[in-house]
Design a protein around this ligand. Structure first.
Ligand code: IVH
Length: 664
């Protein structure tokens, strides 16, 4: 292809991708399948690879670019990002309206009511329609240059459909579900969890490495911009929408303050149903000439106010504090509360996290407390209402020994979490077995916590491997287990024998090894024995696996008990290797060995491997002279280098897909 044709094609592809990004990320109305989108994207990537000098910074392929920064640069805002005055009651709001009416000499004011998204304010600068700089609010006058991170936010257009110079402002936020997921993943890895979506969004946007930010599904609503000739704030918002920005769909024009108050009352009831957190409502004078006439105080505009909602909290009494022992032995104090309604659910317990947290918040048994839903399954205690103390409250004493097995509790120097030191502790054993059976681990559909509890009590199982030697007769001896349910249990245990290798690794419950880490490990080793022999250095070489995780893995395989457990699993017939290292040898790919590296978009990696095996080939985890093909996806790893070194044939994903289609 000559360069001119390529340029035309590239322009066309970029336009299409921008259009579909806008449909998907801004309007939430995708029109094509993920596969079709990926195809466009790959095509653009391939052309840009062929003609690197045609790459421009506003290309959709260039959202994540550049090396991690050493520090953020300071930006001086052209016009300061002022603060906003708060009101807390209907009376305050009516006062605001009266001041506005008096200053303007008008009887009724047209307002715009907007949800006040709980994220962080950013300013975006466009030059000739291209996104050139993004910054945080900072102190209002100086912010931090976070352009590289904002470029990764897919709802922020890198180029507009008009070549205008423009500054817009908006709120970057993390949707509630994504916040919960992010915290779960962090918990998996023993990382500190974020207290709320706002902190998570702020923490994500202030990363020096844009790759980290790109991994967090940040979003934005734009709520401010200057567009010459337009006369109303609402018209500006409409115009920003047309330019490609994401504007909140719940913004309303209100005739007079009465309507604005109704909007406030209405959203207070509905706010728990929104997929993101709001902390109030912003009421703005719609007419821009009126805004100008009203002007500003030293700290805030006179033409807008924020009505702050109280946080979603409730009051309750701590009836008792008990500790829970997790599968890693972690001891968590839990407050047992007088049941209370909070954001649509009845709350009976709240986590107190750890002993330091109890001391810091000065929490005692029988205290009246404020509880808050903080994006975790279990709510937390925010603070003690000290004015309600009677003097009968009792200090909580952290037990010195495990309440379940009596072993010593140990808290390593500098760590917040105390742990039961006995790995044979029934609570830990039970926690490990339950973890093993969960959907994300070995997925034994009909084996739940209650059943595991009974099996342990009856002495039928001492570890998860024992599940595989259970018979239907054993199960029928348990409570409420008829023939059919017993058979279901047996079937779901049997079905788990053949789970993918990464599931098995995750099931072992190695500390700091969550689902994602288990996948990375599974891609690297061909079987459990290879993994068990790996040194910390070898493990650290895997991308994204740090020294702490590597050490946790090595420590796990140092324990004789864990080796015995794995041998039991092998004996039971559990698959402990990457599937099909030795293929069945029948089919068009007979005798051919494939190794995958990097990200695939057409298939998941297990699916691609499964396909190879179905066609008679082998799928292996490591490259050797016997490898026939290495399939290189995006960002291929060391296997790619090794393949080049050994002269193994390298396929792109597209070539691999073609090959599969030919044979399928
Ligand atoms: S207008 C920079 N409109 O609330 C001041 N602010 O206390 C812009 N916020 O951190 C004020 N949603 O980022 C406005 N629809 C909205 C908003 C909103 C959220 C945030 C704003 C600032 C805080 C103001």
């Amino acid at each position: 292809m000559d360069k001119l044709t390529a340029k035309k094609k590239i322009d066309r592809l970029r336009e299409q991708i921008r259009h579909h990004d806008h449909l998907y990320y801004v309007l939430d109305k995708p029109e094509i399948s993920d596969q079709a989108y990926d195809k466009l994207f790959k095509e653009l990537e391939a052309l840009e690879k062929q003609f690197p000098d045609l790459i421009t910074s506003d290309s959709p392929t260039q959202r994540i670019g550049g090396e991690p920064l050493k520090a953020f640069k300071t930006v001086t805002h052209k016009t300061p990002l002022l603060s906003i005055d708060n009101v807390n009651s209907e009376e305050d709001l009516l006062d605001f309206d009266r001041r506005v009416r008096e200053a303007l000499g008008k009887e009724k004011i047209e307002y715009v009511a907007e949800l006040k998204i709980d994220g962080l304010a950013v300013s975006l600068i466009y030059k000739k329609g291209k996104f050139t700089q993004g910054s945080t609010r900072g102190d209002g006058v100086h912010g931090e240059d976070i352009t590289h991170n904002l470029r990764t936010v897919k709802a922020i257009p890198l180029s507009l459909n008009e070549a205008v110079d423009l500054e817009v402002r908006g709120e970057v936020y993390l949707p509630y579900d994504d916040f919960v997921k992010l915290n779960e993943a962090r918990k998996d890895k023993d990382e500190a969890i974020f207290a709320n979506p706002r902190n998570a969004a702020a923490g994500s946007i202030r990363q020096l490495d844009p790759k980290v930010t790109a991994g967090r599904p940040l979003n934005i609503f734009v709520y401010y911009g200057i567009v010459p000739k337009l006369k109303k704030h609402y018209e500006i918002l409409e115009h920003l929408k047309k330019l490609g920005f994401k504007v909140n769909p719940n913004i309303r024009v209100c005739e007079g303050i009465g309507e604005a108050w109704k909007y406030i009352e209405n959203w207070e009831k509905k706010r728990a149903d929104l997929p993101y957190e709001i902390d109030g409502i912003v009421i703005k004078v719609n007419n821009l000439a009126d805004q100008e006439a009203l002007g500003y105080t030293a700290r805030a505009p006179r033409w807008e106010v924020a009505f702050k909602y109280p946080p979603m909290q409730a009051e309750s009494v701590i009836e008792d504090i008990q500790v829970q022992v997790g599968r890693t032995g972690a001891i968590t104090p839990v407050a047992h509360l007088k049941p209370v309604h909070l954001a649509g659910v009845v709350v009976k317990r709240a986590t107190l996290h750890n002993e330091d947290e109890i001391r810091r918040k000065e929490i005692k048994i029988k205290d009246h407390v404020k509880v808050q839903r903080a994006g975790e399954v279990i709510p937390e205690v925010v603070e003690v209402i000290k004015s309600k103390r009677t003097g009968h409250e009792k200090e909580f004493v952290m037990p010195k020994t495990c309440p379940v097995c009596g072993a010593k509790i140990f808290k390593p120097e500098g760590e917040a979490i105390a742990r039961c030191t006995n790995i044979a502790c029934p609570a830990q054993v039970m926690g490990r077995i339950i973890h093993f059976t969960t959907r994300e681990a070995m997925d034994m559909e009909h084996v739940g916590p209650a059943l595991v509890n009974q099996l342990i009590e009856k002495g039928f199982v001492k570890d998860a491997a024992d599940l595989y030697s259970l018979t239907k007769e054993d199960i029928k001896k348990l409570e409420r287990m008829a023939d059919k349910s017993a058979q279901n249990v047996i079937n779901s245990i049997k079905a788990s024998l053949d789970r993918p290798f990464d599931r098995l690794i995750y099931s072992l419950g190695i500390r700091m090894v969550g689902k994602r880490t288990a996948q990375l490990i599974a891609e690297h080793f061909s079987d459990i024995d290879e993994l068990a022999k790996a040194s910390a250095e070898e493990l650290s070489e895997i991308k994204e696996i740090g020294p702490k995780v590597a050490e946790a893995i090595v420590n796990f395989f140092r324990e004789k008990e864990n080796h015995r457990f794995i041998e039991k699993l092998k004996k039971a017939g559990v698959r402990v290797k990457r599937p099909g290292t030795r293929g069945q040898g029948l089919g068009p790919l007979k005798g051919k060995t494939f190794v995958f590296t990097g990200g695939l978009s057409h298939y998941t990696r297990p699916d691609a491997e499964e396909l190879v095996r179905k066609l008679g080939g082998n799928a292996s985890g490591s490259v050797s002279k016997r490898t026939d093909y290495v399939v290189a996806g995006t960002e291929p790893g060391s296997k790619y280098e090794k393949a080049k070194e050994l002269g193994v044939e390298i396929l792109t994903e597209a070539e691999f897909v073609k090959m599969m289609k030919k044979h399928a």
